[in-house]
Write a protein of this length. Structure first.
Length: 563
């Protein structure tokens, strides 16, 4: 992105100044900004443009979401190999109002909402700021460009609020809606709105502002701004929010109209002119380096400076510089379909190609060597930080990165991509109309899911197991597990489907690898339980609000059940 380094620094400085007071106070105290005026914040078009970037600052990538690593260890996708780790609080149902590794996200996302509200307030006088120090005639072109840019930022600020609220209700259910910055209502504390009320607020923010968003920065005359919110982002967010709202956790009566709204939102995204969405040609390479930034599959990605954190955390210890922090579970690996006859000697042969692009398995070649998890092998599972499951993560990682020399690579966290949209659509369409009814839309549920499978050379989903709505639902859940592995969806999918009480109460399975022969290399594999898991359905479908937030609310914030 053009001048991105400067913008990130500028943003951090501004938001730090704006939020310094709030560190010691209840963030939902709407009196915080009564001393602020637009003149103290922005003194011209440049200042106002810089101020606009503040509401982007709280965006989080998923590479370091928990334990400086992926969120996968919270679900059944992976197991942490380290002696101590915060994911354990999830794994053993120990989350409480005083212990939650993600408790800070509540304040972080409200800071983003506040920054967006600030910009909306101050941008009301944007035309006046833009004219400061300028000649209306001589600078007419620059003035017009700045006005258009501020108009885009205004719309983006509303989408930012919608995004942060979507992330909050995903975790907490209903939350307070803070729709103003300055003290206007006379209220200091704001009670929770219901989940459905926040959903409708999110949709209102999107609907009222989507027409003022840039359709696609990549294909516009302002491509240097790629990385800001677009119409595609707004529509993808709308579709995801409505899918979650229709799911069993949030739709216990299975109101089919909610599924219809979700399907319609997905169809709107898939058929909107100018978005240019398409699946990337190759699955594995899509997630590495700059690929997400140029691919038509990407709707929105969070960019970060070049680094090696994900490689350092997840390269096996025998790879110099690697920590070997997490291991994919056999629970996940076993779900990758066979595409041919199972090989009794090599259980990973003839499998869905996404397995080899996602997981480093025993006997595979990675980082210019053969993986060997057997006793005495280079990846011996009994070594310190050795794999507990007989696997290591491969997805996202740039192989052969020289960590000893601190070599770095570009990493971009994909928040929305077209494959997810197709799977969202398949799920919603099936629940609303069945697997093979278009309802006049672009595709059937089956066609959408098969489009995802075809990209990875997988056969069409079997009619034998997916001809009914129930059968196709199972197929959709399977496809999301495989296609979206390690992308931060699995835990939330299990919760919204109300499957957490079953799946997250099952042990994590690994494989014990034993070498039979070194020439040729032959191993045997025995499945073993490597970790117990616990999930409390009376509480764990929602996060608890912290004790501090409850106390500071003076009784207006009601705690979630079970805490």
């Amino acid at each position: 992105m053009r001048n991105m380094k400067f913008k990130y620094i500028f943003t951090i400085s501004i938001i730090t100044c704006l939020l310094l007071d709030s560190c010691q106070k209840d963030f939902l105290d709407t009196k915080l900004d009564t001393q602020q005026t637009p003149e103290t914040i922005a003194s011209g078009a440049g200042g106002l443009n810089g101020f606009a970037w503040a509401f982007y600052t709280p965006l989080r990538d998923g590479f370091t979401e928990i334990d400086n690593n992926l969120f996968a260890t919270v679900s059944d996708e992976a197991q942490n190999n380290l002696p101590t780790y915060n994911a354990l609080y999830y794994n053993q149902a120990l989350i409480s109002e005083t212990i939650n590794p993600e408790s800070g996200i509540y304040k972080t996302y409200y800071e983003g909402i506040r920054a967006a509200n600030n910009f909306i307030d101050y941008a009301k006088d944007a035309d006046r700021y833009i004219l400061i120090g300028r000649d209306p005639v001589a600078d007419a072109n620059a003035i017009a460009q700045d006005k258009q840019n501020i108009a885009w930022f205004k719309a983006e600020s509303h989408i930012a609020k919608a995004y942060y609220y979507a992330e909050l209700i995903k975790r907490y259910g209903g939350v307070p809606i803070v729709n103003q910055t300055l003290e206007q209502s006379g209220k200091v504390n704001i009670p929770r709105s219901t989940y459905d009320q926040v959903v409708e607020y999110i949709l209102k923010e999107i609907e009222e502002n989507k027409a003022n968003l840039q359709v696609n920065w990549k294909t516009s005359a302002f491509a240097g701004n790629d990385g800001r919110f677009t119409l595609g982002v707004a529509l993808a967010l709308k579709a995801r929010v409505l899918l979650y709202a229709a799911s069993p956790l949030n739709n216990p009566t299975n109101d089919v109209e909610k599924w219809r709204r979700a399907a319609a939102a997905c169809n709107e995204l898939m058929t909107t002119p100018g978005l240019g969405l398409a699946l990337n040609q190759f699955y594995g390479s899509y997630f590495r380096g700059a690929a997400p930034l140029t691919s038509a599959e990407t709707i929105f990605a969070i960019r970060r400076p070049a680094n090696n954190t994900i490689e350092r955390q997840n390269f096996p210890v025998p790879t110099p510089g690697g920590v070997g922090a997490i291991s994919p579970s056999d629970n996940l690996v076993a779900d990758y379909e066979y595409t041919g006859t199972p090989n009794p000697v090599d259980p990973y042969a003839n499998r869905d190609s996404r397995l080899a692009n996602t997981v480093a398995t025993n006997g595979s070649t990675w980082n210019n060597r053969v993986m060997d998890f057997s006793p005495g092998g280079i990846d011996d599972m009994n070594k310190a930080n050795g794999s507990k499951t007989g696997y290591f993560l491969k997805k996202f990682l740039n192989d052969n990165l020289n960590l000893v020399q601190n070599e770095t690579a570009q990493h971009n966290w994909v928040v929305f991509r077209y494959a997810e949209v197709l799977l969202n659509y398949a799920e919603a369409m099936n629940e609303a109309y069945g697997p093979d009814n278009t309802n006049g839309y672009a595709k059937t549920a089956r066609q959408a899911m098969n489009e995802v499978r075809t990209r990875s050379a997988m056969p069409a989903v079997s009619l034998a197991i997916s001809s009914s709505k129930d059968g196709f639902r199972t197929a959709v859940k399977h496809e999301r597990r495989i296609e979206l592995a390690f992308e931060g969806h699995r835990y939330w999918d299990l919760l919204r489907w109300k499957d957490g009480e079953v799946v997250l109460n099952q042990p994590i399975i690994g494989v014990k690898v034993t070498k039979v022969s070194s020439n040729p290399n032959v191993w045997t594999y025995q499945k073993v339980s490597v970790a117990t898991r616990r999930f409390n359905p009376a509480a764990n479908y929602r996060y608890p609000f912290t004790r501090t937030e409850i106390v500071n609310s003076n009784g207006t914030l009601v705690q979630n059940p079970g805490y």
